[in-house]
Design a binder for this molecule. Structure first.
Ligand code: 5AD
Ligand code: SF4
Length: 480
């Protein structure tokens, strides 16, 4: 029998696109509200969370874990044992959405065998009205739909779903508030993601994120610094400061600039500081100087270029030219010796001619990235680019994608080869994915190292001698 759906609110793209730069975010300093009658609802029950997409989603999943822990649920890594399943979704490309629908489909049987199982879908994907409608209409097994702006309401939604025995949908379009002090259960005991801001105001024409994550909202620097001090006191070795465009930090609330914030973070003395992602448009000279000055700020910069062609950059709304990007790269390389530069590139954007694509290749030849995330353009409903005529055939896109990835791999291997016989510092994460007897971790400049070493060093920073470079990894041996 079909359950009734109680729709409290659905997303609206027009509202999500509004930017009201005069309105400051509201800060809520209270822990999540747990209704009295469900405070022990998770006793003897298990939760399972699957996270798709970026580090922002991973961090949100840690908060969802924290909330479910407060309701006394315990975590399981086996979806078959779960009493509540949460899929935290991504919609940056079509592939990500296809995977989620595949997974929701595969949960139908579990729900059939266990009708009291709760299935929740949240994250960026459900910030789109057409997706919410599709789930409500075609995926009866989903009980709870909530968005990126109201994770803190999860206990209330669980209560509604259980008590009213209805399907619940509550997705807000642009709440704009910042919730501090939410419970969270971090994945790692030695490296942590720390949000410094939410949302994006850049509206690159291909990108769905400004609509799904809302207006740029910075956390107060004091809250960020307190969180990092707490992490340091609790033995964390590495923090990654997160934002869609961290360089815009503080501009909305008249707080520190991103460069000033980085300096304050460096002074806390945590061993490794990373940040992601930087839009080249806002990358200040002060920031370059701060990165250069502090040894505990890692010399790795993810600097998405997206295209090396002026016409395409303009169509993408990226706000810089090829030359301006290259000038920034030159400046960074001059002031930060041995900096590792990585990037994101989209191929097959509408109107990308062969010449335009080759401009991207030639830019990569000049910059010689340490590595790059490369994507085939994927039209996202309601974005300006989706309305452009996509005149590049899929075959051409694939062919260009292959040319680009092999060029990137060539420079990557060249760079990785320079590490052979050198000793690097690695933060040991655990056994490698492929071989339990081998450890793995990242260098200061974000290279994955698989090495023979001592398991007791998990969570520590150790010296590893690199023996062999492969295209995407380094192999080595721990040394004292
Ligand atoms: N199609 C392909 N790639 C995209 N990205 C964002 N939107 C799209 C899209 N519609 C890529 C960009 C961005 C990264 C996170 O994902 O390269 O930097
Ligand atoms: Fe998307 Fe551009 Fe914002 Fe990055 S800066 S999240 S690509 S709109």
């Amino acid at each position: 029998m079909k359950k009734i759906a109680k729709v409290i609110s659905t997303p609206d793209f027009t509202k999500a696109a509004i930017r009201n730069l005069k309105s400051l975010p509201e800060y809520q300093y209270e822990s999540v509200q747990i209704p009295e009658d469900i405070k022990n609802i998770g006793e003897n029950k298990k939760y399972f969370i699957r996270t798709y997409g970026c580090q922002g989603n991973l961090r949100d999943s840690e908060v969802i874990s924290g909330i479910l822990n407060e309701l006394k649920y315990t975590k399981t890594d086996d979806v078959n044992l779960a009493d509540i399943i949460i899929l935290n979704t991504c919609c940056v490309r079509e592939n990500a959405e296809k995977k989620v629908f595949g997974e929701i489909g595969s949960l139908k049987n579990l729900k059939h065998n266990n009708p009291s199982l709760l299935i929740g879908v949240c994250g960026c994907m459900v910030q789109q009205e057409h997706i919410v409608n599709k789930i409500l209409n075609d995926y009866q097994q989903v009980d709870i739909i909530f968005g990126t702006h109201n994770i803190h309401q999860l206990p209330l939604l669980i209560k509604e779903a259980i008590i009213s025995n209805q399907r619940i949908c509550n997705v807000l379009s642009n709440q704009g508030n910042i919730y501090e002090d939410l419970p969270s259960c971090r994945e790692s005991t030695f490296k942590a993601f720390v949000n410094i801001m939410y949302g994006c105001n850049k509206f690159c024409t291909y990108c769905i994120v400004p609509y799904t994550r809302g207006q740029e909202r910075s956390r107060k620097s004091k809250d960020i610094l307190d969180e990092i001090k707490y992490l340091k006191e609790n033995g964390y070795k590495e923090v990654t400061l997160l934002g869609q465009n961290v360089n815009a930090y503080g501009k909305d609330i008249n707080d520190l600039s991103f460069a000033e914030l980085m300096e304050q973070v460096a002074l806390i003395g945590i061993e490794r500081i990373r940040f992601t992602t930087s839009h080249p448009f806002d990358f200040s000279d002060e920031l370059i100087d701060v990165i250069a000055k502090y040894p505990n700020i890692m010399k790795h910069i993810q600097l998405p270029v997206q295209s090396g062609d002026d016409k395409i950059l303009k169509l993408m709304g990226r706000r810089y030219t090829r030359q301006q990007y290259l000038d920034l790269v030159t400046k960074i390389k001059e002031r930060i010796p041995n900096v590792s530069l990585t990037t994101d590139i989209i191929v097959g954007f509408p109107n990308e001619s062969l010449e335009a694509f080759e401009n991207t290749l030639s830019l990569c030849e000049i910059v010689k990235y340490d590595s790059a995330f490369t994507f085939i353009y994927s039209p996202r409903e309601n974005t300006p680019a989706a309305k452009m005529q996509d005149n590049v055939s899929l075959e051409t896109k694939k062919e260009r994608f292959n040319r680009l990835t092999s060029l990137i791999a060539k420079y990557e291997l060249e760079k990785y080869k320079t590490y052979e016989n050198k000793i690097v510092k690695v933060l040991v994460e655990g056994p490698s994915k492929k071989n339990e007897d081998i450890l793995s971790g990242y260098t200061e400049d974000m290279k994955l190292v698989n090495f023979k070493g001592d398991k007791s060093s998990i969570g520590q920073i150790v010296n590893v001698k690199i023996i062999k470079a492969k295209t995407y990894t380094l192999e080595g041996e721990q040394v004292v």
